[in-house]
Design a protein around this ligand. Structure first.
Ligand SMILES: *[C@@H]1O[C@H](CO)[C@@H](O)[C@H](O)[C@H]1NC(C)=O
Ligand SMILES: *[C@@H]1O[C@H](CO)[C@@H](O)[C@H](O)[C@H]1NC(C)=O
Ligand SMILES: *[C@@H]1O[C@H](CO)[C@@H](O)[C@H](O)[C@H]1NC(C)=O
Ligand SMILES: *[C@@H]1O[C@H](CO)[C@@H](O)[C@H](O)[C@H]1NC(C)=O
Ligand SMILES: *[C@@H]1O[C@H](CO)[C@@H](O)[C@H](O)[C@H]1NC(C)=O
Length: 689
């Protein structure tokens, strides 16, 4: 018990004595050591004539920035805004030698000398550990960017202890980059991208700064959270920033606002990977970088504008559209020349069309508004394949040509307007119809169209006009139908031709509603066309504006020949008939003016009902009294005269022979079968009587 008390008393006395011998007034001067600068280094105070270091503790909780501010004032730095206490200062400036001053100064910041700060509880430990010696900085940190593509980009270097040293990329992000760009005075760009992995090449010197974590608004890097001192970093992990807009260009496009996107990075131009993330928001940012703000801009993946060289620099680009530079968008780390290359190949290179305007023309059509759709690509004109092509696609193409889609517009598949040459630029177009350009439509684009064939080139006719004429007739309502195709007029094959088809053909002639007695027949043998048989099996439903809108087999079914050329009468006016070789004006061999010539009619199945119709057409009174004659009763037509029809099939009520649906151009009839009529049997009685 006694021994214990004695020991305690001795200790307390020793502590009191030590306190008693120390005083704040004994601090005279300050200096900074080991920092190669009058504003940075280990803080030493002249205390009782001896230079001592200060105990700081690792967390700087003993000696704080506000205490450093007073030290800086002592050192002649005035009211330093950047006074800063380093953790781990011995790593940076070495350890002091003499005594260590152990004291919490707790300065208010306005003191001119540390001795004015709280003067209680001083202690000096002679030659104790210097592990926590305080080191401070009173001066702004100098930063620079090295080896960038532009002055505003490069490896971040900090000037420390007389040399430039790079900083470690651990935790380095765009906020840190933004802060550093601000510190460098690049306030206006609004762009700051962090680069890791010595993107701008490897620096030299000691790396004394790691785990930098700025908020973005700091004015000196010392104000950012960071670890100063030795670290395990190496120069392969040098951090870099780009404070500048990323240099960008478009290559190999048909206009200066379209092409493969290339950016300059690491001293080389490289490309952007068009993975499934690539979308209109990315396009928006890229075009914004080029100064183009069209809402119609669109992008292309899969090296639409050809494959680039160099690195695929950016993958998984994911902009939200508000960024002013792709450097600010999310993406995988950008790759630089010499680094392990991205998994993306140049076959995925993206391109953009910032104006959103594709070069288009219509070729080999029958009017300015029709033809094979051609797209300007890679320096020449290519085509579009007809897969999945529909009216929505048609609408967009006509809009591109400056024409609004109407109910008359139609498209043609299968190289209808001839096969193009060059690249097939797109297939499987799937526009929704609202787009201003096919580039905005979903589609399979070059070069993934390489297996397509020009036999499927698509064509359009925006105003729906197909030039038409009626030959060997009056060219208004009657004649052989010919339509313009491939620069020449050709005929329509009557295979499966019907009244609905006739309705459409006559509508093309400007006759909207054909009369009941309108009719058609295959052209007479001597009145056949010569050119191409353009279409057969029209299969119109009768409401179409032109045969282009009917299903149709283009070109005509192979068994069609010119004997099947369609000849129409849209007004249903009766054929011109005459009676030849009779004793009087109301009897004789029946001749019909057909396709420009007079011909005869064969008596196969000829009966009185047929005769009645003939006499009605000839405008005789009481035609129902007509008498039919067969077997060239009134003599045979001569050998140059054609036998135009047989099997008239009239029921007696018709007003023209077309309505009777005869067999035209019969074979197997001879002039010995020419028909004749007597249209006025009663008149005959009177004359003979
Ligand atoms: C520190 O050194 C710099 C350059 O040598 C000098 O301009 C500056 O005045 C010095 N500052 C103080 C407080 O000594
Ligand atoms: C520092 O400011 C406090 C008030 O905030 C004042 O009481 C004190 O006297 C000032 N000290 C010096 C050294 O000016
Ligand atoms: C594209 O070229 C035209 C004329 O050649 C020029 O007026 C325009 O400014 C250029 N646009 C861009 C984005 O370079
Ligand atoms: C038929 O009429 C059209 C216009 O109505 C005209 O262009 C064409 O030359 C005419 N053809 C003939 C053979 O008269
Ligand atoms: C043959 O008959 C037609 C029609 O009746 C007539 O126009 C033509 O002149 C005749 N030709 C000869 C050589 O008699």
């Amino acid at each position: 018990m006694y021994l214990f008390q004695r020991t305690l008393i001795v200790c307390v006395c020793a502590w009191i004595v030590r306190q008693g011998t120390l005083g704040a007034g004994q601090i005279s001067r300050a200096r900074l050591v080991g920092g190669n600068s009058n504003g940075t280094g280990r803080l030493e105070l002249e205390y009782n004539g001896e230079w001592v270091t200060i105990y700081g503790s690792y967390s700087s909780s003993y000696f704080k920035n506000i205490d450093a501010k007073v030290a800086c004032r002592m050192l002649g730095f005035g009211n330093s805004g950047v006074a800063f206490v380093y953790t781990n200062a011995p790593d940076l400036f070495g350890e002091g030698t003499g005594s260590v001053l152990n004291h919490r100064f707790q300065c208010k910041g306005n003191e001119t000398n540390l001795r004015q700060c709280d003067t209680s509880s001083w202690s000096v430990s002679p030659s104790t550990s210097h592990t926590y010696d305080v080191g401070i900085s009173c001066e702004p940190t100098q930063l620079r960017l090295a080896d960038g593509d532009t002055p505003q980009s490069g490896r971040v270097e900090v000037f420390f202890k007389g040399q430039w040293s790079s900083i470690c990329d651990s935790g380095f992000d765009n906020e840190d980059a933004r802060a550093i760009c601000n510190m460098l005075g690049y306030h206006d760009t609004g762009i700051a991208k962090a680069f890791t992995g010595s993107h701008f090449g490897q620096g030299a010197g000691d790396m004394i700064l790691s785990s930098v974590n700025c908020k973005g608004t700091e004015t000196d890097i010392k104000m950012c959270a960071a670890t100063w001192g030795k670290n395990n970093c190496n120069h392969r992990k040098d951090a870099g920033v780009n404070c500048d807009s990323t240099p960008i260009r478009l290559v190999n496009g048909p206009t200066n606002s379209s092409g493969r996107v290339e950016i300059l990075h690491g001293g080389q131009w490289g490309t952007i990977c068009g993975d499934s993330n690539f979308d209109k928001y990315d396009v928006t940012v890229i075009c914004k970088m080029l100064g183009i703000y069209s809402p119609n801009a669109f992008g292309h993946r899969n090296a639409f504008y050809g494959e680039g060289n160099g690195n695929v620099i950016v993958s998984s680009l994911n902009c939200d559209g508000s960024e002013s530079d792709i450097a600010s968008c999310q993406s995988y780390a950008w790759s630089v020349p010499g680094s392990s290359s991205s998994s993306c190949s140049h076959s995925n290179d993206v391109g953009v069309n910032c104006d959103g305007v594709t070069g288009i023309r219509l070729m080999d059509g029958t009017s300015e508004q029709s033809g094979r759709v051609e797209i300007f690509h890679n320096g020449h004109w290519g085509t579009i394949s007809d897969n999945y092509f529909d009216n929505h696609d048609l609408t967009v193409i006509c809009r591109m040509m400056g024409y609004e889609y109407s109910s008359k517009s139609f498209f043609m598949k299968g190289g209808h307007y001839g096969n193009g040459i060059g690249e097939i630029v797109a297939t499987r177009l799937q526009c929704n119809g609202a787009e201003s350009d096919i580039g905005q439509c979903s589609a399979t684009w070059w070069p993934q169209t390489k297996t397509e064939s020009h036999t499927n080139d698509v064509g359009v006719n925006c105003d729906g006009v197909i030039p038409i004429k009626l030959l060997e007739g009056d060219n208004k309502t009657t004649g052989r139908v010919e339509i313009l195709h491939n620069g020449k007029y050709g005929t329509i094959c009557s295979r499966s031709f019907n009244r609905l088809d006739l309705t459409v053909v006559c509508r093309m002639m400007g006759i909207e509603n054909i009369p009941q007695d309108a009719y058609w027949y295959p052209a007479a043998t001597y009145a056949q066309g010569l050119g191409e048989i353009v279409v057969s099996d029209l299969n119109c439903n009768g409401i179409e504006h032109s045969v282009g809108q009917c299903r149709g087999t283009w070109p005509a079914y192979s068994s069609c020949d010119h004997s099947m050329d369609v000849f129409v009468s849209c007004n249903g006016a009766p054929e011109k008939l005459r009676l030849v070789n009779g004793k009087n004006s109301y009897t004789g061999r029946v001749e019909i003016f057909h396709a420009g010539q007079w011909g005869t009619i064969c008596d196969d199945s000829f009966d009185r009902a047929d005769a009645v119709v003939i006499c009605r057409i000839l405008k005789f009174k009481n035609p129902e009294r007509a008498v039919a004659y067969s077997q060239a009763h009134f003599g045979q037509g001569n050998q140059t005269t054609h036998i135009v029809a047989s099997h008239l099939h009239c029921n007696g009520l018709e007003t023209n022979l077309g309505q009777c649906t005869p067999s035209w151009n019969p074979t197997g009839c001879g002039h010995n079968e020419d028909i004749g009529v007597d249209c006025c049997p009663g008149c005959q009685d009177i004359i003979i009587g």
